[in-house]
Design a protein around this ligand. Structure first.
Ligand code: NDP
Length: 306
């Protein structure tokens, strides 16, 4: 049984930033990277809105840089998936890859969230080449172009409105005959002249060529098919937090996000902290996740000092 002071689970900007702060505070953190080392940003291309990179930076490159920064101060970053946790008593017990057992005095959970996709093979094929689940991240690349957003909730409406300020034409593809978004959000969508809401439509196929996405084939609920010409295809059909492992151990909200004490990273279990998208259904940005990783490390340091 390995005994450590601090275990960090997850390797996006939240986990790596927590590792930088914790290693500089001599907490000797051990970080397990999980299924997708580097997290969601490794699936994006250019990041232009993270302060400090005036020319922009590649998502995977930025994650590699933050990782290296944490290692420079001694963070022990390992490949491996945490498969079991027991937070019922301290020290906390976890199992990695179903076999390696660890006892940790404190834990920071930064397992992130995953965007939902439709599951079409053509959508997977053009992911990163016109298919994106983050308009705030990638919308800028589609200035004066035509794009589609899938979804009828607040995120879809917010992203469609944002894209409409940059793009020529935005198609909002909604599978029901109504929007689920709040009234205010709906009114903004309907008041934006370059958003065309296509109710009762589902995407059958994302079309493309070597340059990336060129269109989408849609089917109306009555069976009629249409093709739209677009350069960008944005999914906004929700996210799911990666918290399956913590059900029954930590308090989760109705959508499965970890509940933290407002303004802190403290979870329902003393000594377990949460950072990044796993506790944040609203902002979901690299910079907010990194900030939240910093908060978790500071909260954890104070807890261990007590
Ligand atoms: P939601 O779950 O609210 O909405 C998801 C949307 O995607 C729904 O319209 C749903 O359709 C549609 N959808 C789901 N699966 C598919 C599919 N396979 N094919 C086509 N459409 C699909 O997610 P959001 O991300 O929009 O919002 C999450 C939470 O965050 C909500 O509580 C929301 O209010 C909140 N939020 C608030 C904001 C704000 O206040 N500024 C901004 C953004 C989010 P259907 O309706 O048919 O199920």
């Amino acid at each position: 049984m390995e005994k450590i002071k601090l275990l960090i689970i997850g390797s996006g900007p939240a986990g790596y930033t927590a590792a930088i702060y914790a290693s500089r505070a001599n907490l000797s953190p051990v970080l397990y990277e999980g299924i997708e080392p580097g997290g969601q940003l490794t699936t994006t291309t250019q990041i232009e809105n993270f302060p400090g990179y005036p020319e922009g930076v590649d998502g995977p490159q930025m994650m590699a840089d933050i990782r290296r920064q944490a290692e420079r101060f001694g963070a022990d970053i390992r490949f491996g998936i945490v498969t079991e946790v027991d937070f019922s008593q301290r020290p906390f017990r976890v199992k990695v890859d179903g076999e390696h057992e660890i006892e940790a005095e404190s834990v920071i959970v930064a397992t992130g969230a995953s965007a939902k996709y439709l599951g079409l093979p053509s959508e997977t094929k053009y992911r990163g080449q016109g298919v994106s689940a983050c308009a705030t991240c990638d919308g800028f690349f589609y200035r004066k172009k035509d794009v589609a957003v899938v979804g009828g909730g607040d995120t879809a409406c917010e992203e469609a409105t944002y894209l409409a300020s940059l793009c020529r034409q935005v198609y909002l593809i909604v599978r029901k005959p109504f929007l689920r978004a709040s009234k205010a959000m709906q009114e903004r969508v309907f008041a934006t002249p370059n958003i065309k809401v296509m109710f009762e439509h589902n995407t059958v196929e994302v079309l493309g060529d070597d340059s990336g996405v060129t269109g989408a084939r849609l089917r109306r609920n009555d069976g009629e098919e249409t093709t739209i010409a677009i350069d960008g295809f944005f999914l906004a059909i929700g996210h799911h937090p990666n918290t399956e492992l913590f059900a029954g151990q930590l308090e989760l909200d109705a959508e499965g996000y970890i509940v933290t004490e407002p303004g802190t990273s403290r979870t329902s279990v003393e000594g377990v902290f949460a950072a990044g998208d796993v506790k944040d259904p609203s902002y979901r940005q690299a910079i907010t996740a990194a900030g939240s990783g910093c908060i978790a490390a500071l909260d954890c340091e104070r807890f261990l000092l007590k």
